[in-house]
Design a protein around this ligand. Structure first.
Ligand code: NAP
Length: 378
């Protein structure tokens, strides 16, 4: 039940094209955007991402996880190719999730040199790896939560940078296939809304400053590593993800069984904010980030209508036909999770200002509809 979520830093502005000195990349984007506008005048049915119609090869860390699995399926369904960058300990898991016989479009990379080769041959990279945070935190676990993100992100950034070191800054059509082996042109890296810290009263968007707790620090450092990618060659998108709602993982996979046993209810006071996003919308947002040059810098991966946890629980009770009547006291959660209790007891109201500005179209802007759709799959 991760209510509090990890995610990026201060410097959303450092990604923002608005304040930047024009670089070959920003000039190219400006040219692309003007041409796109022109084309749109003639063809109202052509979306921005339709125009970049070439096939992609995408390397993904964390592809065996809750979000990654769905992203792999989406990419394959659109005829793209995928490299699953996994740890050696997860090789069997990756092979059973994506058996070669049924997934000819998937390459599984486990060794360092396989990661390097895959990244070099990819048009884009998505970084989703990280140790789960909704657990009891000990000093050792906190270190691993941080290190798992920093280490994987550093490794990926190093490979991207070395694969682009010989290429000139990417001009137009950045999303076109990487036929020359010049390395990826886009890097989409996960972070979390935990970046903003917690509050029951404030709202946060991409321009808000970072919080001062442990998860905010994790997100800042995670984002900091991702920012080390050579942005004159590679478009960087940092997705500050909210609580992802889907049947097969994340918070709901833990909450639904409790509700089905008539043991569901809010955790703590229930007044904490719950900034959520439906899994399908998050995967669409990642996909759009890969395809559309206008997507750049920090983008909050949350739905436009966050709710308080008590509302989430009431709605969940309604859609699964069970009451939300058994509140779990904060003290019990603290006894169970220690400092990690903050993940479920504290929240933040995070609004997706950038996605809205970019015209991203949510399938599930309201939590009631998101939960209804998920309950139908149970
Ligand atoms: N789900 C949410 O509600 C949510 C909210 C905000 C942010 N996020 C962030 O979004 C990303 C994807 O979320 P998710 O729910 O799909 O995560 P997930 O299901 O927990 O999967 C993450 C993947 O990370 C890799 N991983 C796990 N432990 C690791 C470790 N100790 N060191 C290195 N890699 C490790 C694993 O891939 P391999 O075993 O194949 O290497 C795993 O499949 C995560 O970074 C998460 O922090 C998620």
């Amino acid at each position: 039940m991760a209510i509090r979520v990890l995610f990026p830093s201060s410097s959303s502005s450092s990604f923002s094209t608005a304040h930047a000195t024009p670089t070959p990349r920003t000039r190219a984007r400006a040219r692309w955007t003007s041409r796109q506008r022109l084309l749109c005048c003639f063809s109202s049915s052509t979306s921005s991402s339709d125009e970049v119609s070439s096939s992609m090869t995408v390397s993904i860390t964390g592809a065996t996880g809750f979000v990654g699995r769905r992203l792999v399926h989406k990419l394959l369904s659109e005829d793209h190719k995928v490299c699953v960058l996994t740890r050696s300990t997860s090789k069997n898991k990756a092979a059973s999730l994506f058996p070669a016989s049924r997934y000819p479009g998937v390459t599984i990379a486990e060794q360092e040199e396989e990661w390097e080769r895959c990244i070099k041959g990819s048009t884009g990279v998505v970084n989703l790896a990280g140790m789960p945070i909704s657990t009891r935190w000990s000093p050792q676990i906190k270190k691993e939560i941080m290190q798992s993100r920093i280490n994987v992100t550093s490794k990926v950034v190093d490979h991207i940078n070395s694969s682009t070191s010989t290429s000139s800054p990417q001009p137009e059509h950045e999303a076109s296939s990487n036929a020359n082996g010049n390395g990826p042109s886009v890097f989409v890296s996960a972070t979390a809304v935990g970046y903003y810290g917690t509050s029951e009263t404030d709202s946060f968007d991409e321009s808000s400053p970072s919080g001062n707790d442990y998860l905010a620090q994790v997100c800042r450092e995670w984002e900091g590593r991702a920012r080390q990618v050579k942005q004159e060659h590679v478009r960087l998108v940092l997705l500050r993800i909210g609580v992802v709602l889907g049947k097969d993982g994340g918070a709901l996979a833990k909450m639904i069984p409790l509700f089905m046993m008539f043991a569901g209810g809010p955790l703590g006071t229930g007044t904490q904010w719950f900034s959520w996003i439906h899994l399908d919308d998050l995967v669409d947002l990642i996909y759009e980030s890969l395809r559309n040059p206008a997507y750049t810098g920090v983008i909050n991966g949350t739905a436009p209508n966050p709710v308080r946890l008590s509302e989430l629980c009431d709605r969940l009770g309604q859609v699964v036909g069970r009451p939300s009547w058994l509140p779990v006291p904060g003290l019990a959660i603290k006894a169970l999770l220690g400092e990690g209790a903050t993940v479920v007891l504290d929240g933040q109201k995070v609004l997706p200002a950038r996605a809205t500005q970019l015209g991203f179209s949510y399938r599930y802007p309201y939590v009631r509809d998101a939960l209804k759709a998920i309950a139908k799959q149970l």
